[in-house]
Design a protein around this ligand. Sequence first.
Ligand code: NAP
Length: 235
Amino acid sequence: VTGSSRGIGAAIAKALAREGWPVGVNYRSDAEGAEAVVKEITDAGGRAVAVQADISDLDAADTLFKRLEEELGPVLVLVNNAGVRADGLSPQIDDEDWAKVIDTNLSAAFRLTRRALRPMIRGRFGRVVNIASIVGAERANPGQANYAASKAGLVAMTKTVAAEVARRGVTVNAVAPGLIETDMTEDIGDGLLQHVPARRAGTPDDVAACVRFLVSQDAGYVTGVCLTVDGGLTA
Ligand code: NAP
């Protein structure tokens, strides 16, 4: 699970561990957070290792997979969760902020997916889940042209790759969260919340539950979908 030192990724890592999966807890800088997630999993009887890698590095996919294959065995599930924002109205988004968001949220997810697929196809089983966002397609959020483009690209990639590998027993899906309470959204005021029919922000566990389903054996015939989890915001 990329970016699982905190927030939604941490909840996904713990949910998958509860299902019996050994989990690679990837992080970029928050070693303490990642170790805390690993400890919570191992204290509960599960298996997990923390693996540092900045997924926007070109060689990160190989480094990560080699380490996980050595320590935990073949990687049967990939959750592309790590994501960043660099908001600004379009005239103010510079090339660096455009590239940073596209590189991390989209290009890195592609490289990790590409690396994950070969052994999944050989083994005739695999699950890829990409964490997108409702701003990718369903609800525009002014100030997030780079972020929205990255998430729309992620959903398009999800559907295309899903169609490519469906006959090999590998599913590829996306989850599109609405407003979820994490560090990423702590600067977002109550304005958006007023529009959420559920009258509350989502929790990381709300998102993790969807991922847990998509990864399960029960979801074997679900592929190429984007599951929205937003308390009705885009209904
Ligand atoms: P968060 O609290 O900001 O956590 C982001 C996580 O990603 C951290 O663990 C961070 O690791 C990691 N990360 C960032 N850049 C990385 C990189 N280059 N390489 C490796 N790890 C990296 O974010 P969140 O709210 O949990 O969001 C998780 C995902 O859900 C993102 O893709 C986000 O776009 C999506 N999402 C969130 C919301 C929401 O309302 N929160 C809504 C829709 C979609 P370090 O701390 O170690 O840097």
